[in-house]
Design a binder for this molecule. Structure first.
Ligand code: HEC
Length: 146
């Protein structure tokens, strides 16, 4: 259909088919989207999803069973494994002593003395400050004084 204003003609092109398909499918998607994600129609709710996910954690929190990330991390230290990697070459694979390195299973030292020796070293015993975390040293001392 063409318009004619004072001799100036304005032609009218049909919209390209591809654009019409795109446009109509967008409109259709708008309808579908609103049906699926409207809380009033299908009951969809981010808030509810969040509440469902938090439920087990909230129960744990209420029971005082929720451990902090730090507790979780320190609980995972395997003192025996750390010692096999860092201490066995001097103190022996069974930690019963070897050469000048004494028996670590003899339980001669108290927990805080163990922490001091491991952290700062002593004579031929190298300091592990900086090489092992405080938590790792604590876990080893715990293990050796058990
Ligand atoms: C380079 C060898 C070497 C390594 C590695 C080593 N130690 Fe020692 N350690 C020694 C020696 C040598 C002594 C004896 C020090 C002394 O005579 O005062 C010793 C002493 C000790 C003592 C004192 C024991 C006592 O009865 O007085 C403890 C505890 C100890 N080491 C723990 C460890 C732990 C835990 C590790 C691993 C994190 C470790 N050591 C790694 C060589 C080592």
């Amino acid at each position: 259909m063409a318009e004619d204003f004072d001799g100036i003609k304005e032609e009218n092109n049909k919209p390209p088919l591809g654009w019409m398909i795109f446009y109509l499918s967008l409109a259709a998607w708008l309808v579908v989207y609103n049906i699926i994600y409207s809380p009033d129609i299908m009951g969809y709710s981010w808030n509810k999803i969040h509440e469902d996910e938090m439920k087990p954690l909230k129960e744990k929190l209420a029971q005082g069973k929720l451990e902090s990330a730090k507790e979780k991390a320190s609980g995972k230290i395997d003192a025996g494994k750390v010692m096999s990697a860092k201490c066995a070459m001097c103190h022996g694979a069974d930690f019963k002593g070897q050469g000048t390195a004494p028996d670590l299973t003899a339980k001669k030292l108290a927990n805080d003395e163990l922490v001091t020796v491991i952290t700062n070293g002593r004579n031929g015993m190298p300091p592990f400050k900086g090489q092992l975390s405080d938590d790792e040293i604590k876990a080893i001392a715990q293990q050796l004084s058990k």
